[in-house]
Design a binder for this molecule. Structure first.
Ligand code: PLP
Length: 452
């Protein structure tokens, strides 16, 4: 059998890939016919493929490579940690320095009293932790019926059975017995498609009040928590109207239910603040983080837990944990990533330079005849494709075909953009410079022109 290397012909790599590798969220039958693009290396904001093409990654991988590719410091820290202590667990009264140091750093960075950290290998696992933690919290508080978690349609919270149930992706639920019991979904604050004749602000209030109506329908004594992404990412970068979060905050406080902010995408500078909760001035009881925590250099996620919740959970043994909770190499890499973010003032760069420039360019895409709206917060942006700008509607069925075609044109033009139905999305590395944003814009315009 041949050794597989970067130097093999692309077609050969693609054939072996199609024969043996089942890809996530991919129509795997297409792999044999089309072949996956083989990425061989990356530096800064640019990927290189097996044909030597230079591709601008406007998705930061999967919304995660916040500090950009090819940072030697992270490779060196990982190698050093692997030599010193490649693995040890944090179960049964053991700990190690990378987990201690990262937990302390996260407690310092996170807003308010999120002073306690439960590690996981990624966002899905962290949200599974959250399901168990909030139910355990209310059990310990003497309220064992308070187990229902309210989430939102079209939310994404991960792909395990628990986190996929928290998510509100109908297509996922249809494939595998989700949602699990005691998870219910309310409407999302997606004004452009669902707001009808209402103003964005009235619509935002209306959608927030669905939470109150659901709590009243179920009974306050049954509802444990509400979970939401400050800005829905995978659902299409749905930026809520300004009225939404203040009302959600009021409702959670009024009904004594815990608020879980899923900041797997919005954490670590993406919104121009360290966390989306700061952007919206919310103080969650639990925050989910992953992705940008290590800029994707190592798989790691965490639940950041408030004093109030941790005090109750820590009063006994929480029968929960992952082999890789606080993995020393992943923790050391994450810590170095955060050090670099602080040293290079990456959050300031987003807020004062990259995001305002991206916003200017992004909004000018609204001049295109097939772009219905452009929205952006920090370095996460989306646009709606439509055949008729005068009505807020996507292209006619089959839904998503125009988005898919636009994404394919971007791919051909060496720009990674994602589509969700007929919405196009970018979430570039936070270190993007103005010249990269110019390239992003030029390739986006060309791709939009070619798609129709
Ligand atoms: N939560 C949100 C908001 C996400 O966007 C994601 C992944 O995209 C997850 C959770 C799941 O994280 P992971 O893929 O690391 O399990």
């Amino acid at each position: 059998m041949n050794k597989i290397t970067n130097h093999m012909p692309t077609a050969e790599l693609q054939a072996i890939d199609a024969a043996h590798h089942m890809h996530p969220f991919t129509a795997n039958h297409e792999l044999a016919a089309k072949g996956a693009r083989v990425i061989t290396r990356a530096s800064g904001v640019t990927l290189t493929d097996s044909e030597g093409e230079q591709i601008l990654d406007a998705m930061a991988g999967l919304w995660c490579v916040n500090i950009g590719y090819g940072r030697d410091e992270l490779a060196e820290v990982a190698a050093r940690q692997m030599k010193e202590l490649p693995y040890y667990n944090t179960f049964f009264m053991s700990t190690h320095v990378p987990a201690i140091a990262l937990a302390q750093k996260l407690a310092e960075l996170a807003p308010g009293d999120l002073n306690h950290v439960f590690f996981a290998s990624g966002g899905s696992e962290a949200n599974d932790t959250n399901i168990r933690m909030v139910r355990r919290y209310w059990d310990q508080m003497g309220k064992p019926n308070k187990h229902v978690i309210i989430s939102r349609k079209n939310a994404y919270h991960g792909t395990s059975v628990g986190s996929g149930s928290l998510g509100g992706m109908a297509g996922m639920h249809a494939q595998g017995g989700m949602p699990i019991p005691d998870i219910v979904h309310i409407g999302q604050p997606y004004w452009y498609l669902e707001g009808g004749d209402m103003s964005p602000e009235d619509f935002g209030l209306m959608r927030a009040r669905e939470l109150e109506a659901k709590i009243e329908e179920l009974g306050e004594d049954r509802v444990a928590a509400f979970i939401a992404e400050p800005i829905q990412g995978a659902g299409g970068v749905i930026i809520p109207p300004d009225s939404y979060w203040p009302e959600i905050k009021r409702i959670c406080a009024a009904h004594d239910i815990l608020l879980i902010a899923d900041e797997v995408i919005t954490g670590f500078g993406r919104t121009g603040e360290w966390f989306g909760s700061q952007y919206y001035d919310i103080q969650p009881d639990i925050m989910t983080v992953a992705k940008g925590l290590s800029s994707g250099y190592a798989p790691i996620g965490a639940s950041l837990v408030s004093d109030k919740v941790a005090k109750v959970i820590d009063s006994g043994e929480f029968a929960h944990g992952y082999t890789y909770s606080g993995h020393p190499v992943a923790a050391a890499v994450a810590l170095e990533n955060l050090r670099i973010m602080e040293e290079e003032k990456i959050v300031d760069h987003v807020q004062n330079e990259a995001a305002p420039y991206l916003a200017e360019k992004w909004h000018s895409l609204a001049d295109h005849p097939f772009v219905g709206e452009t929205t952006i917060v920090g370095m996460m942006a989306s646009l709606a494709l439509t055949a008729d700008k005068s009505v807020r509607k996507p292209f006619k069925a089959p839904a998503g075909t125009v988005g898919y075609k636009t994404r394919e044109r971007c791919f051909a033009n060496n720009l990674i953009m994602r589509h969700v139905g007929d919405r196009m999305i970018v979430a570039p590395p936070l270190v993007m410079q103005k010249s990269d944003i110019d390239t992003l814009y030029e390739r986006a315009v060309k791709s939009l022109d070619e798609a129709y």
